[in-house]
Structure formats: C-alpha cells, structure tokens
Design a protein around this ligand. Structure first.
Ligand code: NAP
Length: 322
C-alpha cells in the first residue's frame, strides 16, 4: 500500500459523502477520488482548496484494483451490488448502509466501543459495517455504564434530524414553510415498530455483545437540519449514582459531559466530533435507574467520522502486518 492510501468516497455527492470529503481533506489525505451515480458523473466537488471530478461508481471503476480504501455512503441496494466488487479487487471497504450491519461474520464497529473487532475483517474480505447514526452515540454512552454497573434494560426515545434522511430531504426542509414543520415517523414499518427502532435494538446488542439486552426505542424525526438527540433510560444491576456516572462518562472516549445549566442539543452537537451527554439524573421510576440525554452530529460521528476512524484502524492494522 502507498504511504498515503488511495481512497475512494462512494456516494460523494450525498449528505454523508460531502462531510466525508471535508473530514478527509482536514486530515490531509491527498489521494482521494469521488464516486456517485451516473447522474452526477463529471460534476465537481470541493476538496480542501482543490476540486474533485465525480466519477461514476461503476463495477469496472470500483473493481479496477487501484484504490486501497473505499468509504461507501450509498443506499443498501447499491452497497450490496458494489461493495463485493471493491472487496474482491483487494480494497478495504467501510460501508454505512444496512447491507452488512447485522450479517454474520461482518464486524459492526464503533471504534471507542469495539474497535478491535474491525481488525478481524483483515483475515476475511476487509468489509466493515458502520452502525446507524443513533446506535453510534448510544453505544458510546452505554459501554462505560455497562462495564461499571451492568446494564439490565435500556429505553430510548430519539429526536432525529432531517439530514439523517439524506441531501434531498435537507433541501425539502429548507424550502418547506415553517407552518408545515412537524414531527414524523418516516421509516418503514415492521408490524408495530419502525425499522429504525428495530435496527437500534439489534445493532446495539451486536456492538455491546449483549444479545439478550432488553431495549426498546421510539424513533422520531424532528424538523432540525443536523444533529440527532436521544433521551435514554437505563436500568443497572448495581447502584450507580449520577455523580459517579458523570465522572465515568467524563473519562470515556468520544464524549463531552455537560452539567446543568448546560445540556446537550442537536444544534450544539452539529459540526462537532464528540457526543454531548447531559441531564444525568436518577430515573425515579425504577431501582438502580439513570436517565440522561445525548446529542450527536449524525453526519460526523453518526456516519462519516466514525467510518474514517474505522478505516484508520484498518489502515494501521494493514501497515502493522507488512
Ligand atoms: N445521513 C445520515 O445521517 C446517515 C447516517 C448513517 C448512515 N447513513 C447511510 O449512508 C448512506 C447515504 O446516506 P446519505 O444521507 O448521504 O444519502 P444521500 O444524501 O441521499 O446520498 C446518496 C449518495 O449515494 C449516491 N448513489 C445513490 N445510488 C447510487 C448508485 N446506484 N450508485 C452509486 N452511487 C449512488 C448518490 O449519488 P447521486 O448524487 O449521483 O444520486 C449520493 O451521492 C445510506 O445508506 C444511509 O442509510 C446516513
């Protein structure tokens, strides 16, 4: 592999792809190519002080073997078609769709929580899945609480921004009269749950390696452009005071704890890398319960940044093997 990896961003014109390009440029990566659908081929995207010409993400382009790492942020069906082609050509693939997240044998990784799992992919097909944008901040908070006091039950209610549904929905919100703004549940339904709610449960269980953890979610879209927030209630095996939980989360990687009169908001999280956590207090409805609130930039730590952090673990892992 070249000293500087050759990186392909697939879905570069999208909400996550444009943030991915910004983060790669900030980190000084020089050999970056932008891919999207045939619709966008030939268009130009900013990259640092420069520009990239968007290429069509065809099977022949992705299978050419001249890219070390692909960061995919296309839909699930496009990922199912394109990721295997890129992987067969020898590239590391970090995929942000649902295609591989719950599939057996594919690591689903939040570097602060289970980063070591990413390296397992190097002995296989080098494909790693990036979790859902609500799962990532939730597991960053749950992991230290579980290690200290044992999780027995989790309930979560989300307040998810419109950018979580992609670039077209962001434009639609910008153009929509304020009087039309509403809270929505705009996911697919699986019986009485949305697929977002069942994803949040299944992905959290997989990442924490707690396959039977009782977890129930209500996912809600709110008319906010960027930044997902979550109200979280945890029940624990052992008592943990809010003060001790605050100290624990203060020391945990990737988190920034806020104390009253400060509290997390989607607006405050937008544009930041860390997950904001606050309102840490007893859950007065249960024994050994805590309630808290978190906010996270869904396009950065909820998607693009987490994927780049996974990729950097893998690139270091490859370098260590050489
Ligand atoms: N938004 C978030 O907060 C978030 C968080 C975590 C994960 N994700 C996941 O990331 C993926 C992208 O999300 P997004 O919000 O960035 O969506 P988006 O704004 O709609 O962007 C989709 C991107 O995929 C490209 N694309 C679509 N079909 C393609 C195809 N057949 N071949 C190649 N490229 C294709 C589009 O290219 P054109 O512009 O040419 O159409 C565009 O660049 C989804 O799987 C989503 O679930 C999103």
């Amino acid at each position: 592999m070249a000293a500087q990896p050759r990186i392909g961003v697939v879905g570069a014109t999208g909400a996550v792809g444009t943030v991915t390009l910004g983060l790669l440029a900030e980190r000084g990566y020089e050999h970056v190519r932008a891919f999207a659908s045939a619709r966008s081929a030939g268009s130009r995207l900013p990259y640092g002080d420069d520009e990239l010409t968007v290429e069509e993400a065809s099977e022949s382009a992705l299978g050419a073997g001249d890219v070390d790492l692909f960061l995919f942020s296309v839909g699930t069906s496009a990922s199912r078609a394109l990721v295997p082609v890129a992987s067969a050509a020898g590239a590391i693939c970090v995929d942000k769709s649902s295609a591989y997240r719950l599939a057996d044998g594919y690591p689903l990784v939040v570097p602060e929580v289970n980063g070591g799992r990413a390296l397992e992919s190097l002995a296989r097909d080098r494909i790693v899945a990036n979790p859902n944008c609500c799962t990532i901040p939730l597991t960053c908070v749950l992991k230290p609480l579980h290690e200290e006091a044992g999780l027995t039950r989790v309930r979560v209610s989300t307040y998810q921004s419109v950018s979580g549904a992609g670039a077209q929905r962001m434009s639609a919100l910008a153009e929509e009269p304020q009087s039309d703004h509403d809270v929505l549940m705009d996911w697919s339904w699986e019986g009485d749950e949305s697929d977002e709610e069942s994803k949040l449960r299944a992905e959290t269980r997989k990442i924490l390696e707690l396959p039977d953890l009782p977890i129930s979610a209500t996912c809600v879209r709110v008319p906010v452009m960027v930044g997902h927030s979550e109200a979280v209630w945890v029940e624990l095996e052992r008592p943990l005071s809010p003060a001790d939980a605050t100290e624990l989360l203060r020391d945990a990687p990737g988190l920034r704890v806020l104390e009253i009169p400060e509290f997390p908001t989607s607006g405050a999280a937008a544009g930041r890398d860390d997950v904001l956590v606050g309102r840490i207090r007893p859950d007065r409805a249960v024994e050994h319960g805590l309630a808290l609130f978190l906010s996270c930039d869904n396009l950065r730590k909820g998607a693009a940044l987490n994927a780049i952090q996974i990729a950097e673990l893998l690139l270091d892992g490859v370098a260590a093997r050489v």
